[in-house]
Design a protein around this ligand. Structure first.
Ligand code: GAR
Length: 198
C-alpha cells in the first residue's frame, strides 16, 4: 500500500478531498497519519471522523524541534503532503524525504509566495497587484520557502469583481484537483525521473 502523511494547520478542505478520493478509489493510497502544528486545526476533526490516526505537534511548544518530531512519525510513509501546512520544514526530514514532500500553494509561483505568504494573504496580494490570472502550484519541498521544483500549476481568471475571499474559493477547487493529480502521478511512478534525480 502507498502510505501518505498529510500535514495540516487549518480547515483541511484539501485533506477532506484526499480522504474522499481514497474512499471512491480514485487515489489508491492510505493516509497513515495526519499531523497538525496547531491544536485548533479543524482538519484534525476531519481526520478523526474518518478513523485516521492524528497527531498534534504544537509549533509554539516545539519551536525548532517541530520538523524532527514530524520525522519520527512519518518514517514508513512514501509521500508527505503539505495540505495547508503553515510551518517551514527544516533539517533531516527535508534530506531524508528529498523529492517526496509536496506542498500546495494558492498562487502561481514565483508570484505571491515565500515567507509570510499563506492563505488569504496570498489572495489579498494578488488582488491588490491587479493580476488578471492567478491559480495554484504543487511543488516539491526543498530547504527554501516555496522554492522547490514545480510539478503542476492550474490557472483561474481574476475578474474585476473578485475579492480575496471569492478568489480563494475559486482557487481551492483547483487546488484539490491539482493535489489529486500529483499524488496519483507519484503513486503510478509518472513523476518525471529527471526531477526525482535532482
Ligand atoms: C490552501 O489554500 C493552501 O493552498 C494554503 O492554505 C490553504 C489551506 O486550506 N497553503 C498555503 O498558503 C501554504 N503557503 P485547507 O486547510 O482548506 O486545505
Amino acid at each position: 500500500m502507498y502510505n501518505l502523511a498529510i500535514l495540516v494547520s487549518g480547515n483541511g478542505t484539501n485533506l477532506q478531498y484526499i480522504i474522499d478520493k481514497i474512499d471512491t478509489g480514485d487515489i489508491k493510497a492510505k493516509i497513515e497519519i495526519v499531523i497538525s502544528d496547531k491544536s485548533s486545526a479543524y482538519a484534525i476533526e476531519r481526520a478523526k471522523k474518518n478513523g485516521i490516526k492524528t497527531l498534534i505537534l504544537d509549533k509554539k511548544n516545539l519551536k525548532n524541534n517541530l520538523s524532527d518530531e514530524i520525522l519520527k512519525n512519518v518514517k514508513n510513509c512514501n509521500l508527505i503532503v503539505l495540505a495547508g501546512f503553515l510551518s517551514i520544514l527544516k533539517g533531516e526530514i527535508v534530506e531524508l524525504f528529498k523529492n517526496r514532500i509536496i506542498n500546495i500553494h494558492p498562487s502561481l509561483i514565483p508570484s505571491f509566495c515565500g515567507k509570510g505568504m499563506y492563505g488569504i494573504k496570498v489572495h489579498e496580494a494578488a488582488i491588490n497587484r491587479g493580476v488578471k490570472v492567478s491559480g495554484c502550484t504543487v511543488h516539491i519541498v526543498d530547504k527554501g520557502t516555496d522554492t522547490g521544483t514545480i510539478l503542476k500549476q492550474k490557472i483561474v481568471t481574476v475578474n474585476k469583481n473578485d475579492t480575496p475571499e471569492s478568489l480563494a474559493e475559486k482557487i481551492h477547487i483547483l487546488e484539490h484537483k491539482a493535489l489529486e493529480e500529483v499524488i496519483n502521478e507519484y503513486i503510478s511512478g509518472k513523476i518525471d525521473p529527471e526531477i526525482l534525480k535532482r
